[in-house]
Design a binder for this molecule. Sequence first.
Ligand SMILES: Nc1nc2c(ncn2[C@@H]2O[C@H](COP(=O)(O)OP(=O)(O)OP(=O)(O)O)[C@@H](O)[C@H]2O)c(=O)[nH]1
Ligand SMILES: [Mg+2]
Length: 288
Amino acid sequence: MRYAVLVTGPAGAGKSTFSTSFMTHLRMSKRSANIVNLDPAATGDAFEYEPAIDIRELISLEDVMNEMGYGPNGGLVYCFEYLLQHIDWLDEELGGFDDDYLIIDCPGQIELYTHHPFLPSLVRHLTRMGIRTCGVYLLESQFMEDKYKFFSGVLTAMSAMVNLEVPWINIMSKMDLITSNPDNSSGGPRNGRRTRKDIARYLDPDPLLIVPLGRESPNTNPRFHALNQAIVQLIEDHPLVSFLPLDLTSPDSLETVVSHIDFTMQYGEDEEPKEPHDMDEGDFADME
Ligand SMILES: Nc1nc2c(ncn2[C@@H]2O[C@H](COP(=O)(O)OP(=O)(O)OP(=O)(O)O)[C@@H](O)[C@H]2O)c(=O)[nH]1
Ligand SMILES: [Mg+2]
């Protein structure tokens, strides 16, 4: 059985860093894994592990921009169109990996996740090839500094999840920036130490964060208030998004995230048809 984890999320969310740590973790657990670079704009030395498959070998953003006169975003769209038109290239590259685990590091343009058809097409293609695929969406912990920014992140995650139609895990990355800052507890909301309870309201998004007690302050524009109300309603009615915290400075944290990914993809079920014994109901309750 082959597996692929699509590592997605906005620019700078920590996708490449997570992909590398994930890879190290799998190798240390004696599991064979490979990195696939799907970012045609990635810079040469960005990878600790040489990607086994690299879209830049098919097409590079730089060439597209130079030769076709596109800007970076139009260029990216062109690269993905090109990839889908030359999907046999990918098939050939994938042919070499039987029984393997692919970590697919994606670009950071969120429109790629929310409304372009490329990633859904790619996922369908992987599925047709018998590769069991799941998506992870990284949102970085800085989004927790501003409630409105945070909810826009939640809505984007939701939209990506609905668009891609594969088993899905949302991750709050860079938690080290939130939890390991005890000296700054008086430093205002930017660097303030957060209580577990406060963090929990973000990991399992509490829509009342943006409309405390159901009403905004009197000088809020009523339209903005109405929009917030609508978002609160949406998230209350469809609580699709919750985040697993990821602190790469803690091996346990990475381990937990990897266990969730394995569980979501039913990793190893064909090989060993039994329940993963290190995970039970209680573990999930803890996390939520
Ligand atoms: N403190 C902290 N910084 C991190 C963490 N992960 C990544 N970073 C930093 O965040 C920046 C972006 O990380 P990348 O891994 O390149 O993010 P990305 O999502 O791949 O970025 P794009 O591919 O450009 O969209 C880098 O400066 C990293 O060093 C983390 O867990 N904690
Ligand atoms: Mg990257």
